[in-house]
Design a protein around this ligand. Structure first.
Ligand code: C5P
Length: 234
């Protein structure tokens, strides 16, 4: 089935190392900018009808340079993001207001390894009537809580715990309404869209994510991603 896609790429990426390196979504891995790998995963998907990329106002030139050479069959719309991820997603959803797609998938620009299978499982859950679908992977490591002194205070039972990935899929009307309510009704900041859906009372369906669908957060993540793509090319 058809879906609209919001890719959030307006973060500053401060955790990836010195700011002079620029935001990580524009850094090159395997010879191409991260965001180009990410976009390519969706451009080849037959169900992807509309794409909105949410960028930072300072990154207009970076973005334009990055996507040179991508000649998408459908136009890619760009809008400016906000101060946090939640505000950036809201800007992306707003850009789809007139389009009013049945489904929207919301994806981090910094997850370039998302697979067709992960996307399709999210779509299947939406087709089955769920209003929100989350790709997730069961936590494999034992989880510890630590204190400011660097000591373990607690072990957290990992049974039933999942790491949340993207793309997170939604019934467009439901997630748009939830996002709008979240701004006016709570000061809380949500780090993903399923958390907003949960807050709004929607049931979020778990679907299998993939261990390869990692988020590139640190300089080490970028180096590993580059290594992986370069060794695949050899
Ligand atoms: O900061 P975090 O790792 O949660 O970022 C996840 C995604 O959200 C990244 O693709 C980043 O570019 C995006 N983001 C955004 N606007 C912000 C902060 C993060 O679009 N203000």
């Amino acid at each position: 089935s058809k879906f609209a896609l919001v890719i959030v790429a307006a973060g500053r990426g401060e955790r990836a190392g010195s700011p002079s390196d620029g935001p990580k979504q524009y850094r090159r891995i395997g010879g191409k900018p991260v965001i180009v790998w990410t976009l390519s995963r969706f451009l080849t998907h037959p169900g992807c009808s509309d794409i909105v990329v949410v960028i930072h106002p300072d990154d207009e030139a970076l973005y334009a340079d990055a996507i040179v050479g991508l000649s998408p069959e459908r136009p890619i719309k760009t809008v400016f993001g906000g101060a946090n991820r939640q505000a950036s997603v809201r800007a992306g959803l707003d850009a789809l207001r007139d389009t009013r797609p049945a489904y929207v998938l919301i994806h981090d620009a910094v997850r370039p390894f998302v697979t067709q299978d992960v996307i399709d499982r999210v779509l299947s859950a939406l087709d089955a009537g769920h209003h929100a679908a989350l790709p997730a992977v069961a936590v494999a490591d034992t989880l510890k809580r630590g204190d400011a002194e660097g000591n373990v205070t607690d072990t957290i039972a990992r049974a039933g715990l999942f790491g949340a990935q993207t793309p997170q899929g939604f019934d467009f009307a439901s997630i748009s309404a939830a996002h709008a309510r979240a701004v006016t009704e709570t000061g809380a900041e949500f780090t993903d869209d399923c958390a907003i859906a949960e807050w709004a009372g929607l049931t979020v369906r778990l679907t299998p994510g993939s261990p390869v669908n990692v988020k590139l957060t640190t300089a080490e993540d970028l180096a590993m991603a580059d290594e992986r793509l370069s060794s695949q090319a050899r």
